[in-house]
Design a protein around this ligand. Structure first.
Ligand SMILES: Cc1cc2nc3c(=O)[nH]c(=O)nc-3n(C[C@H](O)[C@H](O)[C@H](O)COP(=O)(O)OP(=O)(O)OC[C@H]3O[C@@H](n4cnc5c(N)ncnc54)[C@H](O)[C@@H]3O)c2cc1C
Length: 401
């Protein structure tokens, strides 16, 4: 017999856990199916911190979604008592014409977001750990900061369970198909039917969404933790902003205050610049030359940061060719399937609002949130082949599109 639900959610990582919460909060009978355990580190939603910001250099179209996401961070904190967001303030640093600075300024101006422009001298005065070149500037946003990915996923799973959702872990979906006026989903244990399917596959999008028509590239990313020279005090969130720092060659690095206590250091990572991979073949070992490259890069911008290397971890981006999300009804199954994927390394800050949008789309077929940019049928540049054939050398991803 096939157990039957209103909505099945495939994948209970960042986006899927939020969808399970918002759907069950609206009274839907929800089944969530997840390949791994709750709050795991095999996908894209782990590592203790994610930058959040509103002056969004990628495109001003993201700003209204961010304003809503910030409201939902607070709701989630109130509902679960978990730490979700730490708004330490943030700087977008680089040459004035860099995408990081000019794009952030464009969003701040178009949406009238509170911000300050700092020249190099003022950056050094306000944030003595930062060592910009004289011709670098920063957009400072007091509301930027970080969100805690594991806490947010756990909070959404906790609320979904409380609201009656059935969440099955260690139960990978083998395949799904349209069935009568809904869908049928197969796992090794069972076959389930539902009126609606929401697919949040992260880096497994190429496997679960073969007929979506979007060429995804899965990229291996590394997060590094260093114990700063002289200790973490100047790096505490009261003293230190999150930062995204673009150099003259277009290479972006981003990092965080020291949020986990005096001995656990501060995290830093390259934004993009990763190797193409697949979830099955990703190299989880972080190599000496990678650690050295990061320490060398940071010794120019934040010389006190790369004191002692503490640890590193890998994670995956699932990129679309234009690095904008895919968030829509599935064009081949518009009556019964909704997809959220291709978050291209910048999706986590949107998790709660994506959950809300997925609930809107699955339960009513439409949403009032502006998601036109995320249509899978938009014209996409064919920059790379899909499917992630691992490449031998790390291609530099610094060049801006
Ligand atoms: C190193 C790194 C740094 C990042 N930094 C930032 C940042 O600073 N700010 C920001 O906003 N974003 C950031 N991101 C991006 C952000 O974390 C991702 O966009 C987001 O986590 C994607 O969530 P997801 O739900 O799509 O994927 P995931 O959380 O990986 O969830 C997908 C889930 O689907 C499950 N699944 C897959 N196949 C199946 C199947 N067949 N059956 C059942 N379950 C299945 C997986 O197990 C997984 O749990 C970063 C990402 C990385 C890797």
């Amino acid at each position: 017999m096939s157990p039957s639900y209103d909505v099945i959610v495939i994948g209970l990582g960042g986006m899927g856990s939020a969808a399970a919460h918002h759907l069950s909060a609206r009274g839907a009978r929800v089944l969530g199916l997840e390949k791994f355990g709750p709050v795991h580190d095999r996908g894209s939603s782990h590592g203790g911190s994610r930058v959040t910001r509103q002056s969004y250099f990628e495109d001003p179209a993201y700003v209204p979604l961010l304003l809503r996401a910030y409201e939902l961070y607070e709701e989630l904190e109130r509902a679960t008592g978990r730490d979700i967001a730490i708004l330490s303030g943030g700087v977008m640093v680089g040459p004035p014409e860099s995408r990081t600075v000019s794009g952030a300024l464009r969003s701040a101006t178009e949406w009238d977001l509170p911000h300050e422009m700092l020249d190099a001298k003022e950056i050094r005065r306000r944030f003595p750990t930062l060592h910009p070149y004289d011709d670098e500037v920063a957009l400072f946003e007091a509301k930027a900061g970080l969100v805690r990915p594991e806490n947010m996923v756990a909070a959404h799973l906790q609320l979904a369970t409380r609201q009656g959702a059935d969440l099955h872990f260690e139960e990978p979906v083998l395949r799904w198909e349209p069935y009568r006026d809904g869908v049928r989903v197969h796992t090794a244990e069972n076959t389930y039917t539902a009126g609606q399917l929401v697919i949040c596959p992260g880096a497994w999008a190429p496997q679960l969404l073969t007929d979506l028509g979007v060429p995804f590239t899965v990229e291996r990313q590394v997060m590094y933790w260093f114990q700063p020279k002289g200790g973490t005090e100047p790096f505490r969130p009261e003293n230190h902003p999150v930062y995204i720092w673009e150099d003259a060659a277009g290479v972006q690095v981003y990092g965080f205050p020291a949020i986990d206590g005096p001995d656990l250091g501060a995290k830093v990572a390259f934004f993009r610049k990763g190797r193409v991979t697949t979830p099955e073949t990703i190299d989880r070992t972080v190599h000496e030359d990678e650690i050295r490259a990061m320490a060398d890069h940071m010794s120019r911008c934040i010389p006190d940061l790369p004191g002692t290397f503490l640890k590193a971890a890998t994670c995956m981006y699932s990129n679309t060719p234009d690095e904008h999300f895919v968030l829509a009804r599935h064009p081949a199954h518009p009556e019964s399937v909704t997809v959220a994927c291709g978050f291209s390394g910048h999706g986590f800050k949107f998790v709660p609002v994506v959950g809300e949008i997925l609930a809107d789309l699955a339960l009513t077929g439409a949403t009032a949130h502006p998601i036109g940019l995320f249509d899978p049928a938009r014209p996409l540049p064919r920059l790379r082949s899909s499917g992630g054939t691992p490449t031998a050398a790390a291609p530099a991803r610094g060049a801006r599109p």
